[in-house]
Structure formats: C-alpha cells, structure tokens
Design a protein around this ligand. Structure first.
Ligand code: COA
Length: 163
C-alpha cells in the first residue's frame, strides 16, 4: 500500500533501470516492448536513460515508496522554442505501477516537474494523452489544471527502424 506522503521523488539513476523496465513491460501498451525480451527492454532503457542524464535538456524522475521500491516515473524534455517567450517542458512519459495508481503518485510526479519548469523559466508544459486512456476518461490532467487544446491535433510520421 502506498500513501502519497510516503513517496519520495528523485532523479532517476542507472540503478532504476530494472524497475522502470518492469513498469513499462507491465503496462503492455507498446508492441515492440511486448515482443522483445526483458533483457532488451532493460538495455534500451539503460542506454536512453544514460543519454537523458548526460544533458541538461532531459530530466527523468522516479517515485519511490517507503520500502525503496520505484513505483512510477516521469520523463520531461526541456525545449527552447525560438517562437516562445520561454522554454516548453514536454512530458513524454508518465507511468505509475498498476497496484499504486489512484494514490497521488502521478500528481506528485507532475508537481515536481512543474516546480522544475518554473525554476527554469519555462512558459508551459505539454503532453499527449490518448483519448481512449483511463487517465483521459477520468479527466486526470484537467483536474490538475491542464487545458485540452481543441485547436490542434497531433501528427506522427513513422520512420523505418535502423537495422
Ligand atoms: C495516469 C496516471 C499517471 C495517474 O497517476 P496516479 O498516481 O494513478 O494518479 P493520482 O493518484 O495522482 O491521481 C488520481 C487520479 O488519477 C486517475 N487515475 C486513478 N486511477 C487510475 C487508473 N487506474 N488509471 C488511469 N488513471 C487513474 C484519475 O483521474 C484519478 O482521479 P479520480 O480518482 O478523481 O478519478 C496513472 O494512473 C498511470 O500510470 N496510468 C496508466 C498510464 C497512463 O495513462 N499514463 C499517462 C499517459 S499520458
């Protein structure tokens, strides 16, 4: 059982790779993750986390419970847009372990990112939320003051993977 007052939010380190990998694999949302071995998931997370931690422009935080278990994480990328008055913080991942959802962990991870964004002089935070997701249906972000932008849509161009 987790209570939000017992949660510690700290920067992710290489020692968190296994826990992050477990959270992502448990989620089951990504085909490539579902198909690959746990070792491959860990190897990619280790590589990408190392990359994130090598630059000031990326931050990954983990949420740790009283027992020292990592139960969620958030990744944010600080984007210095030429057209904006201040940088934008783009939240690319926010995932909480299924057994620990609904206990304030996600809110706490977002609060810490919010504080960082203000310290960095950012003018906004941004994220993409699938309309079919439980978080969207329950208005998770709206309840925390986020505004849904009706005037924009989200495009992706899928690229062939390097072999
Ligand atoms: C969405 C998510 C990050 C929220 O974190 P959380 O720790 O569960 O949320 P908190 O306890 O801080 O806040 C409670 C709110 O979270 C949402 N929530 C609660 N349980 C949830 C669940 N099982 N799944 C999705 N959202 C849930 C609800 O909006 C809830 O508010 P409500 O009880 O008034 O309906 C987390 O539930 C999660 O990882 N879900 C699956 C992955 C996901 O959707 N990530 C976001 C992609 S943009």
């Amino acid at each position: 059982m987790t209570n939000s007052t017992e949660i510690c939010i700290r920067p992710a380190t290489a020692g968190d790779v296994c826990a992050i990998s477990t959270i992502l694999r448990e989620l089951g949302w990504f085909n490539h993750v579902n198909k690959e071995s746990p070792a491959d998931t860990k190897a990619r997370i280790a590589q990408h986390l190392e990359l994130c931690n090598s630059y000031e422009s990326h931050t990954v935080f983990v949420a740790e419970n009283q027992n020292g278990e990592v139960i969620g994480y958030i990744a944010v990328h600080w984007l210095p847009y030429l057209m904006l008055a201040g940088s934008e913080g783009y939240i690319s991942e926010l995932f909480v372990r299924e057994s620990d959802r609904g206990k304030g962990v996600g809110r706490k991870l977002l609060e810490v990112v919010n504080e960082q964004a203000i310290k960095r002089g950012c003018t906004r935070l941004m994220l993409v939320n699938g309309r079919n997701r439980e978080s969207y249906k329950r208005g998770f972000y709206q309840k925390l003051g986020w505004k849904e932008r009706q005037e924009v849509t989200n495009f992706v161009l899928l690229l062939p993977r390097k072999t």
